[in-house]
Design a protein around this ligand. Sequence first.
Ligand SMILES: [Zn+2]
Ligand SMILES: [Zn+2]
Length: 155
Amino acid sequence: MPGPRPSESVVVGPNGRIVSLSAAWFSDGARRRAEARRAGRCVECGRDLPHHRSPYCSRKCQWKFHGHYFWDSARTYVLLRDRYTCQICHGRRRARQLDVDHIVEIAAGGAALEYSNLQTVCRDCHRLKTQNFMRERRTLDEIPSPDRPGLHITS
Ligand SMILES: [Zn+2]
Ligand SMILES: [Zn+2]
């Protein structure tokens, strides 16, 4: 089930962290949770609910659903999904030694809260990946583009 479109609901800080969300959680999220409780089906996976007090069948679905709206929950869910294993070097670490990384950086147009764009990485791999990204960006910036002043195209 797709979450809200990131561009509408997510505000991303200059360092790539998600700093705040719009009212999506309170409008779209609340409506979907209420409907799920009424239908007796988990709002995330659609399985039958054990009781109607909660719209989630499990803690995992709770984190997963929250994660469509909130970074901290998305992070918790991705760590669980990836079994606390770095997806680059495949080393298993403790949660505090792991980061959740955007496979396609937000600065390059990657979706901020899309599970398919999130992966667990260890601190070392994350640092290397970020360094490479910054280096590539600098290289791209040095290539003159037609709409930049100083480059004249004659035809
Ligand atoms: Zn569920
Ligand atoms: Zn690693």
